[in-house]
Design a protein around this ligand. Structure first.
Ligand SMILES: [Cu+2]
Length: 121
């Protein structure tokens, strides 16, 4: 009898727990990462942020042109840092240790290419 009560309580606690997590996705579902890129100007910023917005699980991204660091808020259940870096690489920019994808880089206007653009600084 006591055992049954215990089991019932346990079951309802578990159900309550699952129901709660399902009903209200909280900020545990959100992570933030800072990735250093090879962005040069406002155009690079717009391009990187736009492409990140298309990536599944990305909630928000902000690139600081001065530091070239993009801060991304994402859902870790839907994406991960490796995917985010791959997205930036495909756009044509370095993302930390991930080098820019050649095809993406080739599409950039010359002012946005890191090698040609180095002179800007
Ligand atoms: Cu640019």
């Amino acid at each position: 009898m006591l055992r049954n009560l215990f089991l019932t309580t346990l079951t309802s606690l578990v159900m309550l727990g699952t129901g709660f997590a399902g009903a209200s996705p909280r900020d545990d579902n959100e992570k933030e990462v800072k990735i250093k890129t090879s962005a040069i100007c406002e155009m690079c910023k717009a391009r990187i942020e736009r492409n990140l917005a298309f990536e599944k699980g990305v909630k928000e991204s902000t690139l600081d042109v001065k530091t070239k660091v993009v801060t991304i808020k994402y859902n870790p259940a839907k994406t991960d840092v490796a995917k985010l870096k791959a997205n930036i690489s495909k756009t044509g920019y370095d993302a930390e240790e991930v080098m820019a994808d050649a095809a993406g880089y080739a599409k950039l206007p010359s002012c946005c290419k890191k090698n040609g653009g180095m002179n800007h600084q």
